[in-house]
Design a protein around this ligand. Structure first.
Ligand code: 13P
Ligand code: SF4
Length: 314
C-alpha cells in the first residue's frame, strides 16, 4: 500500500466511524475526489447536503459551498478541510454593496449565483447555480426586472438566452475569465473534429467559439453521452477532466490555456482555492473535527429561503 492509498484508507475508516459524509466538487484534486462519498457540481452538492442523514458533512470545496451546506443543515456539523479556501468571485460581492445596489434598483428581483457569502444570500430573492440559472430565470414573470450577480459572464449568457431585463454585477471568476481566445482559435484549427465545451463563466468571446455551453455537470454529461468522440477541447477548470477521462478513457481532453501576462498568474487553469484541500488536511479535519463552518443563525434563517426556492425550482 503506498502512502496515498494508506491515508485514503484512514480517511474512509474515520468517516465511517464518525458517520461523516465526504462531498467533493469536481474541481478538487483527483486524489480527494477519489476518497469522497459523493462528487458533484455546486447544485448537486447543495441537493446532496439537503438530504444527507450523516452526522457530519465534510465539504471538500470552497467556503461558500460549505456555508450553503451548513445553512441547509443547521443541526449538523459541517467541516471544510481548509477554512481559507475562498472564491474570488464570491469575494467580489460584499453584502453592503449589494444592499446599495438593491436600493438603487427598487422593484427588481435579486438573483444571486450560489458563489456568494451567506450575508449576500440573505439579501437575495432566488439563488441559482450554473446548472439551473436558465430554468430559474425563465420561470420568473417576463416583465419582472432582475438584478443578477456576481458573475457577469453567466448573467450575460442567461440574458442572451432569455431576453429578460437584467442588470449585471461587475464580477467574474478569475479562472474562467482568463481562457485565451487566441489559443482556442489555434486549437480549433489544429483539431477541427474536437467539440469545444465551455462553462458559462467564460467570457463572451470564448462562448462564441464553443459548441456546447453548460455547467460542470452538463459538460461532463455531454462527454458521457459522446463516448465515440476521440477529442474534446475543454474551457473550464481542469479538475473535471478526472471524471471526464474516467467516462471516456480512450478520448483526449485538450484544456484551453489561460492568457498569461508576463509575471502575473500561472499558466495553468486550476482554481488555487479549490486546490487548497489536500488529503492531509482532509484527514486532520476528520480527526480534529475542525475547521467547522458556522453561520450566524439570523443570517442563516434569511439565507435558507432563496436556497430553498432554488432547490424547489431545480
Ligand atoms: P458549477 O459547479 O455550478 O459548475 O460552478 C463552477 C464553479 O466555478 C464552482 O466554483
Ligand atoms: Fe470561485 Fe472560480 Fe474558483 Fe469557482 S473556479 S471557486 S468561481 S474562483
Amino acid at each position: 500500500m503506498n502512502e496515498q492509498t494508506n491515508i485514503q484508507q484512514l480517511i474512509r475508516d474515520l468517516a465511517k466511524e464518525k458517520n461523516a459524509v465526504i462531498m467533493a466538487h469536481y474541481y478538487q484534486r483527483p486524489e480527494v475526489q477519489e476518497v469522497a462519498d459523493f462528487i458533484g457540481d455546486s447544485l448537486a452538492l447543495a441537493q446532496q447536503a439537503a438530504k444527507t442523514d450523516a452526522d457530519i458533512i465534510v465539504l471538500c470545496g470552497v467556503h461558500f459551498m460549505a456555508e450553503t451546506a451548513k445553512i441547509l443543515c443547521p443541526g449538523k456539523k459541517v467541516l471544510i478541510p481548509d477554512a481559507d479556501a475562498g472564491c474570488s468571485l464570491a469575494d467580489s460581492c460584499k453584502a453592503a454593496d449589494l444592499r446599495a445596489w438593491k436600493k438603487a434598483h427598487p422593484g427588481y428581483q435579486v438573483i444571486s449565483y450560489v458563489n456568494t457569502s451567506a450575508d449576500v444570500k440573505a439579501l437575495t430573492d432566488i439563488v441559482v447555480t450554473s446548472s439551473n440559472a436558465l430554468k430559474i430565470v425563465q420561470s420568473i414573470p417576463a416583465n419582472q426586472p432582475i438584478l443578477f450577480g456576481p458573475d457577469q459572464n453567466l448573467g450575460r449568457y442567461i440574458n442572451q438566452m432569455t431576453g429578460r431585463e437584467m442588470t449585471l454585477w461587475d464580477g467574474a471568476c478569475h479562472v474562467h475569465s482568463r481562457f485565451s481566445v487566441e489559443a482556442l482559435i489555434t486549437m480549433k484549427k489544429e483539431h477541427p473534429d474536437a467539440p469545444v465545451l465551455a462553462h458559462p463563466e467564460c467570457k463572451q468571446a470564448i462562448l462564441t467559439l464553443a459548441d456546447v455551453i453548460g455547467s460542470t455537470q452538463a459538460l461532463l454529461n455531454y462527454v458521457k453521452k459522446h463516448t465515440d468522440t476521440r477529442k474534446f477541447i475543454i474551457a473550464t477548470e481542469t479538475g473535471v477532466l478526472h471524471e471526464m477521462q474516467k467516462a471516456c478513457p480512450e478520448a483526449t481532453f485538450l484544456p484551453v490555456p489561460p492568457e498569461v501576462t508576463e509575471g502575473v498568474g500561472c499558466a495553468c487553469n486550476e482554481c488555487e482555492y479549490m486546490r487548497m484541500v489536500t488529503l492531509d488536511k482532509l484527514y486532520n479535519c476528520l480527526v480534529n473535527e475542525t475547521p467547522e463552518v458556522i453561520v450566524n443563525p439570523e443570517i442563516a434563517a434569511k439565507a435558507i429561503l432563496p436556497i430553498q426556492k432554488m432547490l424547489a425550482l431545480s
